[in-house]
Design a binder for this molecule. Structure first.
Ligand SMILES: Nc1ncnc2c1ncn2[C@@H]1O[C@H](COP(=O)(O)OP(=O)(O)OP(=O)(O)O)[C@@H](O)[C@H]1O
Length: 372
């Protein structure tokens, strides 16, 4: 672990007039971790990133890097580098001069600048194009120049704001691998803001899910995906069905919950919940079994098949269960086609009780921040 690159955010709030863009956030990012911040538009992730970079000052709270309080430190002196969404390359400068630019500003002599810039271009596999100008590059190559330019200052923390959003799907997947490789090689902290769940899950050691200026959950990708903290995280990260019921009975480490239509669900113990309390829970879409024989039971729901999509490695069947949200099953391709369903068919979706996961967090979300 690289203690110099560890980030501690304590009680950080950022107000823009009445808008609470970031609301009393506490977060630790271990040194050398790949952290992805994810959340809907307007949830405050860019604002948090910009405060770490020093482009914004918190209204209150502190930010430390490597144990040093940098809340009010100048942008260039805190050991961070920010790679912008639009790359912001100088169109008339060669790649070498683009990458070496920040060293020029610091008064580094020309020969040393050139050598360091070429070393960085080598790291992003662009040394052979060192004398070109940005317009002679593809989108993916321009992005790698921007990366090299951010890395030349030898930052402790690299901040990336939607770094892959301008690339097509093919390049995005390739650059994803490149970013992870670079981060492994350099051993510094990367903080990467993204809208895209698969990107966060594939890259991150730590996923930070934001909503309304607060952090809903910060954990490993597997934890966030398999054990979402709230209905919001479950819906946002995807792959889950979110259900609601009221506590019917509490019994030796088990909570029985009844949904509106009277179906019973066997949940593990729900801390602090007593009879009549509302409980949210989820079940993964790939844990569902569909059958055409109806007839009740526990840990199930009935619905009408609304849509069927073949997805290559699985079949996605969406059910209308009469609730606002559709209920979705991801089914094994071979098993599905052995007994396929039809749109309009009435089916029963069931699963094992052990796949019920309690969502203790609040059930709110639109992605818009709080206003005072
Ligand atoms: N300079 C500013 N002045 C006023 N309000 C701002 C400013 N910057 C951000 N905001 C507001 O703060 C909130 C959080 O914005 P932020 O850009 O951090 O969200 P985000 O999650 O990064 O969104 P996106 O994914 O769309 O970039 C939004 O409501 C935004 O309108």
């Amino acid at each position: 672990m690289n203690e110099q690159s560890r980030i501690d955010i304590r009680g950080v709030t950022k107000l823009y007039g009445p808008v609470r863009a970031v609301n009393n956030v506490d977060l630790t990012i271990e040194g050398g971790a790949y952290c992805c911040m994810i959340g809907p538009s307007g949830c405050g992730k860019t604002t948090l990133l910009r405060m770490i970079a020093g482009h914004e000052t918190p209204t209150s709270g502190t930010i430390s890097i490597g144990g040093e309080d940098v809340t009010h430190a100048r942008t260039g002196s805190r050991g961070t580098a920010l790679m912008f969404q639009n790359y912001a390359l100088f169109p008339h400068l060669s790649l070498t001069d683009n990458v070496g630019f920040s060293l020029k500003v610091r008064g580094v002599p020309s020969a040393e600048r050139r050598d360091t810039a070429r070393e960085m271009l080598g790291r992003v596999q662009l040394l052979h194009l060192a004398d070109r100008v940005p317009s002679e590059l593809s989108g993916g190559q321009q992005q790698r120049v921007a990366l090299a330019r951010a890395l030349i200052t030898k930052p402790k923390v690299l901040l990336l704001d939607e770094p892959l959003s301008a690339l097509d799907e093919f390049l995005r997947l390739r650059m994803r691998v490149e970013l992870k490789r670079l981060q492994n090689q350099l051993g510094i902290t990367f903080i990467h803001v993204t809208h895209t769940q698969p990107e966060a899950i594939a890259l991150a050691d730590q996923v930070v899910v934001m909503d309304h200026g607060v952090i809903d959950q910060a954990a490993s990708p597997r934890e966030v995906y398999n054990h979402p903290h709230s209905p919001y995280v479950a819906r946002f990260m995807g792959g889950q069905n979110v259900l609601t019921g009221t506590v019917d009975a509490v019994d030796a480490g088990q909570t029985v919950v009844r949904s509106k239509d009277g179906t019973l669900y066997d949940l593990p113990a729900v801390a602090g919940a007593g009879p009549g309390d509302t409980v949210n829970f989820s079940v993964r879409r790939d844990r569902i079994h569909l059958a055409s024989d109806l007839g009740g039971g526990r840990n199930c729901t009935e619905g009408t098949v609304a849509n069927i999509e073949y997805q290559g490695t699985f079949v996605k069947v969406a059910l209308d269960t009469g609730s606002r949200e559709e209920f979705v099953a991801y089914l094994d391709v071979d098993r599905y086609y052995a007994a396929p369903n039809e749109v309009g068919q009435r089916v029963r979706a069931s699963w094992e009780a052990r796949f019920n996961h309690v969502l203790p967090g609040q059930n709110n979300s639109t992605g818009t921040p709080h206003e005072d």
